[in-house]
Design a protein around this ligand. Sequence first.
Ligand code: G1P
Length: 286
Amino acid sequence: MKIRKAIITVAGFGTRFLPVTKAQPKAMLPLVDKPIVQYLVEEAVQAGIEQIIFVTGKGKRAIEDHFDSHFELEYLLEQKGKEEALAQVRGISDMAEFFFVRQSYARGNGDAVLATRSFIGDEPCAVLFEDDIVDSEVPGIQQLIDIYNKYQDPVIALTQVPHAEVSKYGIVEGVQIGDRLLEINKFVEKPNPEDTTSNLAVIGKYIITPEVFDQLELLKNSVKGELGLDNAFIEVLKTKPLYGYELEGKRYDCGDKFGYIQAMIDFSLKHPEIGDKVRKHLDHIL
Ligand code: G1P
């Protein structure tokens, strides 16, 4: 079945990024002139996604406004003959069909995904977490869709991380079955470095199937604390294949100050309008 829908989780408090995230959604922080969440939407749309559901929460209204049309602004730009800006502003709300569901309590990323179930129905769909930006020729989520189309089972995005950092991520082990492709046989969420030999970490991009929702539903009352997608994957693994694909491209953790600054520098160097100036500036100060 074609992947038409994507879930983008944007309900996080952004505690690693306080105080800027106190009253502003983390996903609305800019990378040059576009908010992080717009890069995620563009990634999904380039991969053929038609409908996007955001899992939001308190204080996230700016995200709804960003993907809505803005009559007054469009009128003003039209009056002033600012065609380019007008096309840009209109283009955002026209990219896909947008839907929103609120997660009232921060009960984990699995709980956030589960909140979209009646919208997703019985289709496979893409999931994108707000922190993970991948700069690649083929959009990250498209790389996962290509694997899904071949195997029709859930696919998780992976990247290699230094072993000392495994405790920040979901870590997988498995059998290499192709270029960058793993059939996963073990999934551990945030292990201690001494408890795993693997350094293949999960990035927040996934293709999930109805079985993942079934497991989330079954687990929702039994898991203590937060319900994570990892809890569901561990169960799915018992009965179905689960694939991991080491994404091509450069991954940025935009939920982290340093990761965000790296993304900002790299994206500004590539920006057609200011790239050269930024390069000269960096040459000058370094
Ligand atoms: C989540 C997932 C984790 C994954 C990470 C990637 O963790 O639970 O498996 O490695 O995203 O960004 P979080 O960073 O939300 O704690």
